[in-house]
Design a protein around this ligand. Structure first.
Ligand code: FES
Ligand SMILES: [Fe+2]
Length: 412
């Protein structure tokens, strides 16, 4: 259980809050590069700030304030220029650093005008890596974007899924430190959902957890589990899989690893990305990494009935568990037990890293040495729940029809 103050400290992301300042030490993915192909601008909310992401005529991304400094027209309707974004109302042009570069009428009437030199919009650096657009909202000098091997590995095909989840980011991250929910939410509840949907043929045989363990490592936490029928020699117990501080779960298998990346949009909304690599012989680099939206299950306000058809897969089940804890879970009312030791350890890491930032130091996973940031390797167990007995689950990509024999155990 946390005090109200502790809960606020861990969950709030605005500028000037302890956690908001920790988040502002990281490059955060805010969109897939593919999203800027058909439409060159995208409204972004990030850490409580409203912004506009755009791609200029040379193909370079930029991120500036949402409204023109002149008379506040939305920059979402801005016209991409050779080097920046131009407001559609009177043509003021803004560069990547937010400086006003041109004011057509001002300069036409008074060629000596220096008015533009005094105009500046909020602006933040953006960079692309592995088909994602990353933004950095923190103090200069900006660190490097971590080159986790999934972003830079050769010989794979990739795709990127996204959903905006209407809840605080910490509920989602704590789920990744909670292995026991897999047994219930993704097995017993999954079977119950199948029953509700009249699909008894897809029922699975749940596997129970005997022990769970967590260990700290240089990039975060590694979680391991021992299931019924396993011994201490099992890969699940020995190898496990990592949660990269502060916001990435690595899951899947070495042939098909997935990053689940969580990015706070504000205190009660989180961008969730599924970044998957598919190992393929002779895979050529993709011109564009495909992007898809993942449906978020809703609950009918009038009847309280959830959309059962979106709850027969891991992602849908996880989302409904996160969302129904509330916009920001009230941790003054929680009752943590033995299954929550990973959550307690993660909260301890968060506090330690917040304190580091307050002391003027770089927190965990801030990289500044390019020689140590070429391709950061991560280890993942091969034998997961799917190799044991539980089967079933619908692919999140499929939306409604694509069933995967392994998916229901790949993500946790
Ligand atoms: S409101 Fe943008 S140029 Fe006038
Ligand atoms: Fe889950």
């Amino acid at each position: 259980m946390l005090s109200q103050q502790e809960n606020e400290q861990l969950t709030q992301v605005s500028r000037g809050t302890p956690m908001g300042e920790l988040w502002r030490r990281y490059w955060l993915p805010i969109a897939a590069s593919a999203e800027l192909i058909d439409k060159p601008t995208k409204a972004i909310r990030l850490l409580g700030e409203d912004l506009v992401l755009y791609r200029d005529k040379q193909g370079r991304p930029g991120l500036i304030g949402p409204r023109c400094a002149h008379r506040r027209m939305s920059m979402l309707l801005g016209i991409p220029d050779n080097d920046g974004l131009r407001c559609s109302y009177h043509g003021w042009l803004y560069g990547k650093d937010g400086k006003c570069l041109e004011q057509p009428y001002e300069q036409a009437e008074d060629p000596a005008s220096t008015f533009k030199d005094r105009i500046r919009m909020p602006a933040y650096p953006v960079q692309e890596l592995g088909g994602l657009v990353f933004a950095y909202l923190g103090p200069e000098p900006a660190p490097l974007i971590p080159r986790w091997e999934l972003f830079v590995r050769d010989g794979v095909l990739r795709d990127i899924g996204a959903a905006v989840i209407p809840c605080n980011w910490l509920q989602i991250m704590e789920n990744s430190l909670d292995p026991v929910h897999v047994e219930w939410l993704h097995q017993h509840f999954f079977n119950y959902v199948q029953e509700r949907l009249g699909r008894t043929e897809f029922k699975g045989k749940p596997v129970s957890h005997k022990k769970i363990n967590f260990r700290e490592f240089e990039h975060g936490l590694i979680k391991t589990r021992m299931l019924e029928g396993q011994t201490e020699d099992s890969e699940d117990w020995q190898v496990g899989h990592p949660v990269l501080f502060p916001n990435i779960l690595l899951s899947g298998s070495t042939g098909r690893p997935t990053f689940q990346i969580r990015v706070p949009l504000d205190d009660s909304h989180t961008l969730h990305l599924w970044y998957t690599c598919y190992a393929r012989d002779n895979a050529k680099p993709q011109d564009v990494i495909p992007f898809y939206q993942v449906p978020v299950p809703g609950i009918d306000a009038a009847t309280g009935e959830p959309d059962w058809s979106l709850l027969d897969n891991n992602s849908g089940e996880d989302m409904i568990a996160w969302m129904t804890q509330g916009g920001v879970a009230d941790r003054t009312q929680e009752a943590l037990g033995l299954s929550d030791k990973g959550i307690i350890l993660y909260r301890k890491q968060l506090k330690e890293q917040m304190e580091k930032v307050q002391a003027g130091q770089d927190p965990m996973n801030v990289f500044r040495d390019a020689t140590k940031n070429v391709s950061i390797k991560l280890r993942l167990e091969e034998a997961k729940l799917n190799k044991n007995s539980f089967r079933g689950g619908k692919s999140r990509q499929g939306g409604a029809t694509k069933y995967s024999p392994v998916l229901n155990s790949e993500e946790n």
